[in-house]
Write a protein that binds this ligand. Sequence first.
Ligand code: MRU
Length: 354
Amino acid sequence: MTIASRAAVSSMTGLRGSVRIMSSDVLDDVIGWRDGHITAIDQTALPHRLSVLRIATVDELVDAIVRLAVRGAPLLGVAGALGVALAVRQAEREGWDVSRLDAEVKRIADARPTAVNLRREVLAVAAALPGGAAAVEAAALAVRDAAVDVSMRLSERGAAFLIEQCGTGPLKVHTHCNTGALACLGWGSALGVIRALRDRGALAHVIAGETRPLLQGSRLTAWELAQLGIEHYLAADGAGPFLIAQGHADAVIVGADRVAANGDVANKIGTYSLALAARRAGIPFVVAAPESTIDAATASGAGIPIELRADEEVTSFAGVRVAPEGTRALNYAFDVTPADLVTAIVTEDRVIRP
Ligand code: MRU
């Protein structure tokens, strides 16, 4: 894997310590396909460094997915799709037989369990394998291009729904994790809705949960909102329910990693507490997610596999142990919000009222 650090002065000025992008085309670099390689922004280096990974093998892709250099349900779908094309190229280079290729493709689909998009898009593109490398690459790039279009339509539909529910505001919105271009391409999902609200003059500000333990809110959402010039505040995860109870938000909007057939929603750990707080405060709790995140094959939240990650992500901070030696952690990466707490699930095609 080679890392091209975009330290080129032309695209980095402004905010002390964090990267400021002068033009949105850098966000087009979130993930791409170049000369048989996957290129992707290393999201673990943000907001302080803009590094673009050049991924050449299945091992490197699985590593990038597992360590969240590439993350966010829709983006995992795109990475999985491009991963099949990458595996075909590697198979040609290394002389793999069909069973080896199938095994490597399965490794990509299994890299993380909760976001249904990953396995779904890997299987969708793997269906093109009999057509050869060109057919697989065309199918993978179609998944990438569709993600951009889906994000834009979802963003507009979500903004229209929130204005219908809450009025033109301007609205104070609470969100969690990162659901922007970094997680979805295009404008994102929940963050795309927020951007569309802003463009309609219906947004006051955003409160973004820091999203421990890996801080997708502090590092990625705050960065994207700063790039977009959208007024925002960061909040400790634990503060979310109190801020909602105190009237600091007119609505909560989040993304999803998997929506079960009954409307139960799996999303970043900490989402469930915001749904409970929103219900108690009588404000809408809205989930913005593409149709590709809806898993009709899973009857309810109980059937959603929830990723359990390493203790160290909780017992250490920025590589420094904060808990006493030997302390164990329960580091679930996602939780499940029951359908009865969800006001609506907004997709690119419809508004679902569970
Ligand atoms: O562990 P992550 O960063 O991949 O978790 C991401 C989330 O939970 C997002 O909210 C979800 O994938 C939706 S992204 C539009």
